[in-house]
Design a protein around this ligand. Structure first.
Ligand code: UTP
Length: 289
């Protein structure tokens, strides 16, 4: 089995659930405590050994490229000012990974965004990471998937159990238990009604695919919302070859929506070594007033 090195970050969506914050700034640059969502994503990928990063961007997403680029002037200024901790952090971000950028000219859906990266994938297995799904655990989510891929050589999808009244927001899977905590996915439906949902197990933005997925995506027609859906391609893949599901461990936040974003900032802020104590005090003061 070839090592798993490549990972796609689709980041060309419109971010409509977070307007007006995302009108002129990329959703992926929204900050959780002290760093943008996309940096959490790249760090998670690197922890899983995936250091060949393909970022799919679109109009208005330049800030993502700048974030992972060398800013010679900023680095020189920080060095000159003796701010060595900040200098180290800023230069580390610019050098942490090889990133290539692919343009999705129109937001035609997640499946289409993944297909835009086809040239860089060739015939290797690859990861897909949705940065607005923030998952925090000592064993990073992509690593939890990679372990299953390395054991089986099959595609793997990250899942969480959601309440019945939430299934309409997610891609929902049908599955069979395979033992050792592993699920085999038999079908997937994008944003079903409660009546049509085959389970309450939802897909949450972490995937590893065999290269066959790219071939399938080329023939997928626009589905739910007129977009080319990754879920539709996955359903076809699961009929052709095994696709496993892993119920992810960790705290998960839908940070692409103000509600999930605020909860993530509050909880991770309170847990933060440097800022947590002050935040706790401030909340006590303001909430007791
Ligand atoms: P989302 O549906 O969560 O993102 O897509 P969105 O479309 O930006 O957000 P809303 O629903 O309008 O608020 C999941 C991921 O797929 C990317 C998004 O950037 C996000 O990371 N995506 C989606 C693309 O790259 N291209 C698309 O055409 C659609």
């Amino acid at each position: 089995m070839r090592p798993l090195r490549k990972i796609i970050f689709p980041a060309a969506g419109m971010g409509t659930r977070f307007l007006p914050a995302t009108k002129a700034s990329p959703k992926e640059m929204l900050t959780i405590v002290d760093k943008p969502l996309i940096q959490y994503g790249v760090e998670e990928a690197l922890a899983a050994g995936m250091d060949n990063i393909i970022m799919v961007t679109g109009r208005g997403k330049r800030a993502i490229e700048d974030h992972f680029d060398i800013s010679a002037e900023l680095e020189a200024n920080l060095k000159r000012a003796g701010k060595s901790k900040l200098y180290k952090e800023v230069s580390r971000i610019a050098r942490m990974a090889e990133v290539v950028y692919v343009r999705q000219k129109q937001a035609k859906g997640l499946g289409h965004a993944v297909l835009c990266a086809e040239h860089w994938i060739a015939d290797e297995a690859f990861g897909v990471h949705l940065a607005d799904e923030l998952i925090v655990h000592e064993k990073p989510a992509m690593q939890q998937l990679a372990e299953v891929y390395h054991k089986t050589g099959h595609s793997v999808v990250g899942l969480i159990q959601v309440p019945a009244d939430q299934v309409y927001k997610y891609g929902i899977v049908a599955y069979e238990a395979e033992g050792h905590g592993l699920l085999r996915l038999t079908d997937m439906v994008e944003k079903p009604s409660i009546e049509d949902a085959p389970s309450h197990m939802a897909i949450v933005g972490r995937y590893i695919f065999t290269p066959r997925l790219m071939e399938i995506l080329k023939d997928v027609q626009p589905g739910s919302g007129g977009e080319i859906q990754l879920t539709d391609a996955m359903a076809i893949l699961a009929k052709e070859e095994p696709v496993h599901g892993v119920v992810l461990e960790g705290q998960r936040f839908d940070a692409g929506h103000p509600e999930g974003f605020l909860v993530a900032n509050a909880l991770l802020g309170l847990q933060h070594e440097a800022y947590g104590p002050a935040l706790r005090e401030a909340l006590k003061t303001y909430l007791c007033e």
